[in-house]
Every structure is written in structure tokens, then in C-alpha cells.
Design a protein around this ligand. Structure first.
Ligand SMILES: [Zn+2]
Length: 108
């Protein structure tokens, strides 16, 4: 799915891309950002963004701005799920985390 990373897509393409991630197994309740760490909703484990398993990234555009979706694997319980970070959250100060996760998604 690497060919989707880096492109900002319309909502129709975005919805299809999310469906593809879910079909690939990223169908858990997902992940959240708390205190600058990535928290697994399934098992409550938290991991530093720089140590998280990021398999892919999508970007989408809304009226509020650009949002990101990361496909993440939990290093504790092996759950795979999606982390949604909308434009509102970016404005709230998680931009550093998004940058780290973007680099992880690109394999750098
Ligand atoms: Zn977990």
C-alpha cells in the first residue's frame, strides 16, 4: 500500500483506502494519542511514537484542513488498527507525533 502514502486524496478515494486497510486486518478499535504516546485501545499499552509499528499512512482533506490516518500494529497484543488524527487534533499540538509517524510509515 506504499503507493498511497504521501498523496492527499478526496473523500471517496479516502473511504476506499480505509476499507482496504480494514480488509488487510487493521480492523480493531484502533489507537489513540495520549500524553504524546500512542495508546492501544485493545490492551491499553502505550508506546513512544518513535517505537511504534506504522504499516501505512493515508492523508485526507476536509474543510477543517488535512487529516491523517495511520495503520498501526500494537507491539504488546499484536492488534492492528487505525489511528485517526484530524486537522483539529493537529491544531491541538500533536503535529510532532504526526511527523514522527509519517517518517515511520515511510520506513525512514
Ligand atoms: Zn494492544
Amino acid at each position: 500500500m506504499g503507493d498511497t502514502a504521501g498523496d492527499t486524496m478526496g473523500m471517496t478515494a479516502f473511504t476506499e483506502a480505509v476499507s482496504q486497510l480494514e480488509a488487510a486486518g487493521y480492523d480493531s478499535m484502533g489507537f489513540a494519542v495520549e500524553d504524546a504516546r500512542i495508546v492501544c485501545v485493545e490492551c491499553d499499552a502505550s508506546v513512544d511514537p518513535s517505537a511504534s509499528q506504522v504499516a501505512g499512512m493515508l492523508r485526507y482533506q476536509t474543510d477543517a484542513g488535512e487529516g491523517h490516518v495511520f495503520a498501526i500494529g500494537c507491539t504488546s497484543c499484536n492488534a492492528r488498527g487505525l489511528l485517526f488524527i484530524g486537522a483539529e487534533a493537529l491544531a491541538g499540538g500533536v503535529g510532532d507525533i504526526v511527523g514522527v509517524l509519517e517518517n515511520r510509515a515511510r520506513g525512514s
